[in-house]
Design a protein around this ligand. Structure first.
Ligand SMILES: [Zn+2]
Length: 201
């Protein structure tokens, strides 16, 4: 069933989906040949597909190993700390998207190294792709979506004030893979890994 955490209708491009005299997609029905309800225009048959969105982000470090975190100026989880990350834009690569988000949220210029983790979040129809990256300069400042930004040594990370579980996961994977740049990307942690990380707090 749809719920309010799902993204809004994601038309593939800016072409109007319907004829000018259509009422627009407003009826939920199972299209011919499909197996689930879609939002459809009953006038022309246009189907407004809703598919998961991809979030791209980075664990970006300076030469001394400190990690870039941003304190959110927007909901959800306003006031909590996160990695620079956000929704991919159309006609953008995942790496370019991660670099763009670092610039938008922290005015940070970064070089993407490799994919650290892919997280499935089916509850909210998201896939998160988190890269490892190097800061090209330690000079960072808050963008419009951040209250403040900063570089944190491992011991300084504000664990109770992190915004989302995947931020914790990505930071832990980054730490466990230091010196191992050729690992396959991490995926959602196992219960054993979560329990191990919990004991480290
Ligand atoms: Zn229509």
């Amino acid at each position: 069933m749809p719920d309010d955490t799902l993204p809004t209708v994601n038309a593939a491009d800016s072409t109007p989906p319907c004829a000018p005299d259509c009422g627009g997609p407003r009826v939920r029905a199972i299209p011919p040949g499909e197996d689930r309800e879609r939002l459809m225009c009953p006038d022309c048959g246009y189907i407004a597909y809703q598919n998961p969105l991809i979030v791209v982000g980075a664990v970006a470090t300076w030469e001394d190993g400190r990690i870039l975190l941003c304190r959110r100026a927007i909901e959800p989880r306003k006031g909590f700390w996160t990695l620079p990350a956000g929704y991919m834009e159309e006609r953008e690569s995942t790496r370019d998207g991660a670099a763009r988000e670092a610039w938008e949220e922290a005015r940070a210029r970064i070089a993407i190294d490799h994919l650290l983790a892919i997280y499935d979040i089916p509850r909210i129809s998201q896939v998160q792709m988190i890269f490892r990256a190097r800061l090209l300069s330690p000079e960072v400042e808050p963008g419009p979506e951040s209250l403040e930004v900063g570089l944190f040594a491992w011991e300084e990370i504000p664990w109770p004030e992190l915004a989302f579980p995947t931020v914790v996961w990505a930071l832990r994977e980054h730490r466990e893979r230091l010196g191992h740049d050729d690992c396959a990307p991490a995926v959602n942690p196992t219960p054993d890994a979560l329990a191990r990380w919990e004991r480290m707090l």
